[in-house]
Design a protein around this ligand. Structure first.
Ligand code: ADP
Ligand code: MG
Length: 304
């Protein structure tokens, strides 16, 4: 079921534990968000998975066995600190990187052309890397990361350095790669990019995982039985099974109210109370955004 999972990964720099007992499970053909504020430990974990550094404790499993050094060839990795050879030309640089990943020069050329065309940057082929903007270089590096169609794609802060339009381009590409069967792990400290993208997440804070699982399960867990209701006429007071958190009069006799259900009562109970009193136009559950959940979780830990 999982393509990759970790068991009890810990990493110490001097006397500072950058990671403590990290267990994550990355299901196949999913997008897994490694989230957390700056300094949480995301890059350290990624460097351990990509075998740049080694854990002091714990184990990484890939394809249901302990990860081996040459499993690296199944991974496409976009590091946080980007870097290309400044003096090389875009086309030759990409061919060079693709050859390192084991592609023949013919295949490399074909695929690079396909991707550059797709990103509308084919005209950059003979430009020197140093003449590209940071964002342009990042596009080149992104393409080089995925060119060999790796089973696992690991992107460390893929959106940083991109303007919103190009960030969206990368987002769409990540979704498409998943559709084609890749598994993607990406890290970000910007929680708002998570909503549309992630199937699973692990929120790391101060070296530990403080929240993890599927996005759906997490949303279910943190919803608060609160509903946003649009209605004509005022319903007046409600009994103590319902707390009216907000009631706004929008126009004439048209209202938008936020009501929380207490005492384990069902939503139908609320609805049936309301329809006796007012004309209900809409009735929608208020589900917290992932961003709201993360912030509340990080703050809970901070206040402990
Ligand atoms: P994130 O990617 O979540 O922002 P990092 O994994 O880069 O966080 O860093 C986690 C913590 O580990 C930080 O406090 C950082 O300073 C520390 N750290 C990372 N790498 C090293 C290193 N090579 N030596 C010492 N401390 C490090
Ligand atoms: Mg980082």
């Amino acid at each position: 079921m999982e393509l990759l999972f970790t068991e009890g990964i810990s990493k110490c720099f001097g006397n500072f534990w950058a990671l403590k007992n990290i267990n994550i499970r990355v299901p196949r053909e999913s997008i897994f968000g490694l989230l957390g504020p700056n300094g949480a430990g995301k890059t350290t974990l990624i460097r351990i998975i990509t075998q740049i550094i080694f854990a002091d404790e714990g184990e990484i499993f890939f394809e249901n066995r302990k990860m081996k050094p040459d499993d690296i060839s199944f991974i496409g990795y976009l590091p946080e600190e980007r870097g290309l050879y400044k003096k090389m030309k875009v086309g030759e640089h990409m061919i060079y990187l693709a050859r390192l990943k084991g592609l023949s020069s013919h295949d490399a050329k074909e695929r690079i052309k396909y991707w550059m065309d797709k990103f509308d940057i084919l005209s950059w082929w003979n430009k020197r890397i140093e003449d590209l903007s940071k964002g342009m270089q990042q596009k080149v590096q992104f393409i080089s990361t995925i060119l060999h169609e790796p089973r696992l794609i690991i992107l460390d802060e893929p959106f940083s350095g991109f303007d919103p339009i190009n960030a969206n381009l990368i987002k769409d590409e990540i979704l498409e790669l998943k559709k084609k069967g890749s598994t993607i792990i990406f890290s970000t400290h910007r929680m708002e990019s998570v909503e549309e993208l992630c199937d699973f997440i692990a929120l790391i804070h101060k070296s530990r995982v403080i929240l993890d699982g599927s996005k759906q399960d997490i949303k279910q867990k943190y919803k608060s039985d609160t509903f946003v209701i649009e209605h004509r006429n005022d319903f007046g007071d409600l009994d103590r099974n319902f707390s009216v958190i907000q009631k706004d009069r929008l126009e004439d006799n048209f209202y938008r109210s936020v009501i929380q259900i207490n005492n384990g009562k069902s939503r139908n109970t609320l609805l049936s109370v309301l329809i006796q009193k007012v004309e209900v136009h809409s009735f929608i559950e208020q589900v917290p955004s992932m961003n709201e959940i993360f912030i509340s979780q990080v703050n809970t830990i901070r206040n402990e």
